[in-house]
Design a protein around this ligand. Structure first.
Ligand code: FAD
Length: 463
């Protein structure tokens, strides 16, 4: 068997500052208090808060690969109060107070990640530079203004500043900007260093992490357990399912989420001259209002990270390494970098990678624990999981041990999303949505009329 080189899965893992040698695998059945599936942010944050608040609790994490192998070691580094459901849809669905509470709890989670990183000596390269959203092209103005109006309705307008194109250019020089929105909320992090450092913090608190150990099934009830190839991890208090997109590989959860790919391209470090053309001294998180999301960050060593759509959905919710390197998508992202920053024509792209995010059918994350089945779950972050997973970890630890966190009333606590539809309908529906978004964006960018089915795509994608 060829051994995996985990450094190849993302620049962040390559730059994690340590050799990615797997920890020991589980050897035999064991009894613990809490058994956690998944060594990403969700599983590790849950373990961290369980152990920190309850010293002596026996907490074990079981990870198929290595800690940080999944989205947690591959993401765009946005650590922001963004939620997959927009502020206006949250307000319609749950009311303004609940929508505001979600956004404030997420910003508190951003601050908490900084505080824990400092306390635990995790070199997460935390940069509190805020976020700039831009309307690139007049067609993106309505979405930008609607976003601001929604924050105004929630009483959060003082955290957002509308920027003229000149004011945007003072921060960062991007082509075709018609307006911008700045918020000091949100930060960027080094995903690899955060997740690897968090794993070590969990171990220092007495937690156990088994790597190279696959959970093949789980059972709830008075004898709750994770079933692995090496034996059972029986849990007195709870089992936690924190495998995000990869949970779809388990038969019982196959349709709970959809693995949706997001891909990233990274430039070589820019020269001082290149940076002087672009500006972006503060390194704010940067995005446009495109339907097919784009997200940019400036890495700690002065590269541009440009993330966007991923490889097309594969029938049967398959997750493969090939989708991480979908050549056509990576080429498209590289072209986008030059469209945004034409002065970078000819720049070298040193890295391209991707990974699956877990998307529930209603795009709404969930954090829940059922004391009867003793099964806990957190996930479905739909690509917005860096801060949400911290909040989820705090909530899970509270739910499992009966400790009040103040987050019990958040609308995604104790909720369930409906399952995705079976194949082949799922493949048809997802392909339709992916192509419809792209056609809507492409028509708008080329100044063409929207495609006939644009209202259907917009209605289905309203979130
Ligand atoms: C390319 C990309 C860019 C992104 N950019 C951002 C961003 O900028 N900001 C943001 O907020 N979010 C972003 N996200 C999303 C964010 O990274 C995720 O929401 C978050 O990392 C989820 O953490 P997690 O621990 O729930 O899942 P993961 O990090 O995916 O961890 C799950 C872990 O469980 C393990 N596992 C799964 N099944 C099993 C099993 N059966 N047995 C044992 N182990 C198992 C996996 O190996 C994996 O390590 C991005 C995601 C991707 C892929």
């Amino acid at each position: 068997m060829i051994e995996k080189r985990y450094e190849d899965y993302s620049y962040w893992l390559e730059d994690a500052g340590e050799l990615l040698v797997p920890r020991q695998a589980m050897q035999r059945s064991e009894d613990v208090d809490v058994a956690i599936l998944g060594g990403g942010y969700t599983g590790l944050w849950a373990a961290y808060y369980l152990l920190r608040n309850n010293p002596g609790l026996k907490v074990t994490v079981v990870e198929r690969e290595i800690a940080g192998y999944g989205a947690s070691g591959r993401n765009g580094g946005w650590c922001s109060p963004r939620f997959p459901v927009s502020a206006s849809v949250m307000a319609k669905r749950w009311g303004a107070d609940a929508a505001r509470a979600v956004l404030l709890a997420l910003q508190a989670a951003v601050d908490e990640i900084r505080a824990v990183s400092e306390r635990e000596g995790i070199d997460a390269c935390f940069r509190s530079a805020g976020t700039v959203l831009v309307a690139r092209g007049a067609h993106q103005l309505p979405a930008l203004r609607a976003a601001y109006a929604a924050y105004e309705r929630l009483g959060l307008a003082e955290r957002y500043e509308v920027l003229t194109p000149d004011a945007v250019a003072e921060r960062v020089r991007v082509t075709d900007v018609h307006e911008g929105l700045f918020t000091p909320d949100g930060a960027s992090i080094h995903p690899g260093r955060l997740v690897r450092g968090l794993a070590r913090a969990v171990e220092r608190l007495g937690g156990k992490i088994y790597e190279q150990t696959t959970v093949i099934d789980f059972k709830g009830g008075s004898n709750a357990r994770l079933i692995t190839e090496a034996g059972e991890l029986r849990a007195r208090k709870a089992i936690v399912l924190a495998g995000e997109a990869y949970l779809t590989r388990l038969k019982k959860l196959h349709r709970a989420l959809l693995p949706v790919y997001s891909l990233i391209c990274l430039t070589e470090p820019l020269t001082a001259r290149q940076w002087s053309e672009i500006g972006w001294e503060q390194g704010e998180n940067l995005a446009s209002m495109r339907n097919t999301v784009v997200y940019l960050t400036k890495t700690p060593d002065g590269r541009i990270l440009f993330g966007s759509r991923g490889a097309p959905y594969v029938f049967g919710s398959k997750i493969t390494d090939e989708q991480d390197r979908h050549a056509e998508t990576l080429a498209l992202i590289q072209r986008s970098v030059i469209e945004w920053f034409p002065s970078l024509a000819g720049i070298r792209f040193t890295h391209g990678w991707g990974g699956p995010v877990g998307m529930p059918i209603d795009w709404t994350p969930a954090v829940r624990f059922d004391p009867d089945s003793r099964i806990a779950f957190a996930g479905g972050y739909t690509g917005q999981g860096v801060s949400t997973s911290n909040l989820a970890g705090q909530m899970l630890a509270g739910m499992i041990t009966g400790r009040t966190t103040g987050f019990e009333g958040l609308p995604f606590a104790q909720r369930h999303s409906p399952n995705w539809i079976p194949e082949p309908l799922r493949w048809l529906a997802v392909h339709y949505m992916q192509s419809a978004y792209e056609r809507v964006d492409e028509a708008a960018e080329a100044g063409r009329r929207p495609p006939m089915d644009a209202p259907i795509a917009e209605f289905l994608g309203r979130h």
